[in-house]
Design a protein around this ligand. Sequence first.
Ligand code: SF4
Ligand code: SF3
Length: 557
Amino acid sequence: MFCFQCQETSKGTGCTVVGVCGKKDDLANMQDLLIYTIKGLAIVNTMAREIGINQKKTDQFIINGLFMTITNANWDKNEFFNTVREGLKLREEIKAAIRNAGYTLDNNSDFVTWYRETNYELEMKSASQEVSILATRDEDIRSLRELVTYGLKGMAAYLEHAANLSYENEELNAFMQKALAKITDDSVSMEQLIELSMECGKYGVHAMELLDTANTSTYGHPEMTKVNIGVRQNPGILVSGHDLKDMEELLKQTEGTGVDVYTHSEMLPAHYYPAFKKYDHFVGNYGNAWWEQTREFESFNGPILMTTNCIVPPRESYKGRMYTTGATAVQDVTYIPKNEDGTKDFSVIIEHAKKCQPPVEIEKGEIVGGFAHNQVAQVADQVVEAVKKGDIKRFFVMAGCDGRHKSRTYYKEFAEELPKDTIILTAGCAKYRYNKLDLGDINGIPRVLDAGQCNDSYSLVMTALKLKDAFGLESVNELPLSYNIAWYEQKAVIVFLALLYLGVKNIHVGPTLPAFLSPNVTNFLIENFGVGGISNTKEDIEMFMNSGIEIQESALV
Ligand code: SF4
Ligand code: SF3
């Protein structure tokens, strides 16, 4: 196996024997084979789209397939065998439809011709060993191909959530498939791949915007909310991941059953949406970021529903209480499928919960969040006023992911050591490093403004644009705003590419830069965008505080 798609990759270069995440080589290879299959499918479907015979099921297959390969999403090898087989069948169907329409496919590469059938499992295993990322010999081309692939994986995740709420976009699907086809083409140069990465960022913005529209028009705009982190005395269900549609259905189905519902990790922002506030049994958030689940799922006592990544391979002690749905799966863990009409039946989880003990309390109190763009717009005057008066000196975007490495205590310390006249704008599970600290407020504005999930980084961009307008500036880069982003998996890659596309400069990424960026690609990002890593909190804070221009009162309109 070879995998270097996440921040925790072995030795900062690549997992080769077993994943640091726990992924074994057969699963890793099957994930590579699925990506290979999806690329072939994208090639043929791009032609099908051109001649007007694209089918929605192909778009959905590609989105879901990409999502399945995101770090910590799907641990079920058999799911990958089945999905590859399904993908090959679909590809052959599309090829036949192209021929029947009187066209000839102009691509005869292995991506569109390979097939295995007789001794399926064995043949798949051997095929899966031939499609390693390392097959692309040139390290810069490989780096850019993977940068695009990971960006697309992140984009796919967001598109799947939007699609679950019936928000789809033809242009995004077309781009995604064209890009997948392009990264199989050896005649595409490094310059063209750089261009493609930037284009990926552009569509990443659209994808996040689409999901934002889907979420806010279905559930209302997030609003400032105090979320309880203690527990009640009823049995409960813990919901993790990012899918709000699953959350909604579960809340509806648990109403009046005597079972409480709690969020974990990236599901916390569900509390910020008006539509979910009406449920009395929607009690609060239990625990912290994804990597603490092994301890927290244990003490929760009740069933756990994983709607997306991040799943840590479950311990036997709570494996029987875990359920998956959507793109996620774990071998021997019950999967909740989607019904024909798009609904899901969670009754088995509810019945299970009724037989469980209430959760063990691990903490008490409240955390505050809900500062997505609409809510921030409502306090914009207050914020502008505070900047004018010099009460707020600088904003820090600290969005992204959390992870298990010790080095991430940097983010807690960074938040603690920041001058008291700064505000942290956050989104994603990175916030768990500092959202329970008492960092105070500035004239009533909390010093940590949580917009929501990682996809709500879009909200932070909206906030930056609103601030830019409020101050009458030309560019967001003129704001007293610094980016210190923590990353882990591939959704952070699409957020990163989206920020670059929007022209944001001097983004710092940590705790380490991605292993998949070759030295030349890294240099390109440094030279053109001022991208950097992190060092230690003291030096970094000093560097950030002295960077860029401070807005002077005289410059304000
Ligand atoms: Fe290694 Fe990360 Fe890949 Fe897991 S997802 S195998 S930890 S690089
Ligand atoms: Fe976290 Fe997995 Fe990325 Fe959505 S839950 S931010 S790591």
